[in-house]
Ligand binder design. Structure first.
Ligand code: SME
Length: 162
């Protein structure tokens, strides 16, 4: 079980290596999508520096609908193709946004959020939802975060296989 103490790590590579190990252990033996999304959001929110929101949106019809998250209350429904989440979902690619105010159509849920990273969640090529991280710092997320968060999203998706 997650100990609640943030790992003291010097670089992102070490951070994501540690997070992958912790997440794998945290989700082990549990296939429930909501429970595992809740624990994933909590682990990332409390372990990653400079994030003010971490959570899930799940595809329902043509909308991404808010799932488990940590942070301030957020927009509930995002049409596919809209905002950073809907764009990442529609294209099924991760998107790193260094400055949300420069992203056309960005949906502002918390005015404190200045940069964002969204990784899609897919099963056998079909979109299931997205993992969304916000930061109060400009340019908080880079390519190492993109790769790291994609690997964490994959661990979450693998946990759902019974
Ligand atoms: N900023 C997102 C909306 C979700 S919140 O950041 C939690 C977007 O543009 O899709």
């Amino acid at each position: 079980m997650f100990s609640g103490t943030a790992p003291i790590l010097t670089n992102k590579s070490e951070l994501y290596q540690e997070l992958r190990a912790q997440l794998t252990s945290l989700l082990k033996g549990e296939p429930d999508a909501i429970a595992n999304a809740a624990n994933t959001a909590a682990l990332l929110y409390h372990s990653m520096p400079d994030v003010n929101w971490v959570g899930f949106y799940f595809l329902k019809g043509s909308d991404l609908v808010l799932g488990p998250f940590q942070g301030r209350p957020a927009c509930v429904r995002i049409p596919l193709g809209k905002g950073v989440c809907g764009t990442a979902g529609e294209r099924r690619v991760s998107i790193v946004v260094p400055d949300v105010n420069a992203f056309p159509g960005h949906i502002a849920c918390d005015s404190a959020s200045l940069s964002e990273l969204v990784a899609p969640l897919a099963r056998r090529g079909s979109l299931v939802g997205v993992l969304d991280l916000d930061s109060p710092l400009l340019g908080r997320f880079d390519e190492a975060d993109r790769a790291g968060c994609e690997s964490l999203a994959q661990i979450y998706m693998e946990s759902l296989k019974e």
